[in-house]
Design a protein. Structure first.
Lengths: 115, 115
């Protein structure tokens, strides 16, 4: 089956620093990847859609200059949280789709804590 | 804008019981519906994927139905076990014609199966 690997699984960083999260599709090519954010006891909220070789599409209210997304290959998308602040602390999870009829496969998520 | 609602928000039952989790969505123009399981602090595990043209899907003790016209889906869990304890998420996708869209999630049903 389709497998998506996400690293790191958790990270603690100081306020003002940047953090990069990687999302890889291991056994399929993903032309489209998605990034979600989940606050405690809340559901997953779509942040952005990442298409290989083009700029990401961000959802309303998501700062594109703060959450930099790069999808340089068919198997790798990265999310960089720039100048992180404590309010960016959250659970970030990526998803990839091989083709829409197949459904979405999710990574294991990254717990970001900004201190 | 699509909205997904899950009822109940929480459920606690003794093991062995059969139970039903409900999901409703406001825009019936979906591409597919997916049920996920999320364990605390973990990523998502896909349970069942129902295409918009399908009425139900089954996997082991799980059965999911879809009534697209009324905007409803149910997840039926037979003979529940303590290992079924988790948060169950319902999510729908819509196809914009320009490519796959991200999923819209409900807030989930937090399920506890008492030994």
């Amino acid at each position: 089956g389709a497998v998506v690997s996400q690293h790191p699984s958790w990270v603690i960083c100081k306020s003002g620093t940047s953090v990069k999260i990687e999302c890889r599709s291991l056994d399929f090519q993903a032309t489209t990847m998605f990034w979600y954010r989940q606050f405690p006891k809340q559901s997953l909220m779509l942040m952005a859609t990442s298409n290989e070789g083009s700029k990401a599409t961000y959802e309303q209210g998501v700062e594109k200059d703060k959450f930099l997304i790069n999808h340089a290959s068919l198997t790798l998308s990265t999310l960089t949280v720039t100048s992180a602040h404590p309010e960016d602390s959250s659970f970030y999870i990526c998803s990839a789709i091989q083709w829409q009829g197949y459904g979405y496969t999710f990574g294991s998520g990254t717990r970001l804590t900004v201190v | 804008k699509q909205e997904v609602t899950q009822i109940p928000a929480a459920l606690s039952v003794p093991e062995g019981e059969n139970l039903v989790l409900n999901c409703s969505f406001t825009d019936s123009a979906i591409y597919n519906l997916q049920w996920f399981r999320q364990d605390p602090g973990k990523g998502l595990t896909s349970l069942l994927l129902i295409q918009s043209s399908q009425r139900e899907q089954t996997s082991g003790r799980l059965n999911a139905s879809l009534d697209k016209s009324s905007g409803r889906s149910t997840l039926y869990i037979a003979a529940s076990q303590p290992g079924d304890s988790a948060t169950y998420l319902c999510a729908v996708s819509q196809y914009s014609g320009g490519g796959a869209d991200g999923l819209t999630f409900g807030k989930g049903t937090h399920l506890i199966i008492q030994p």
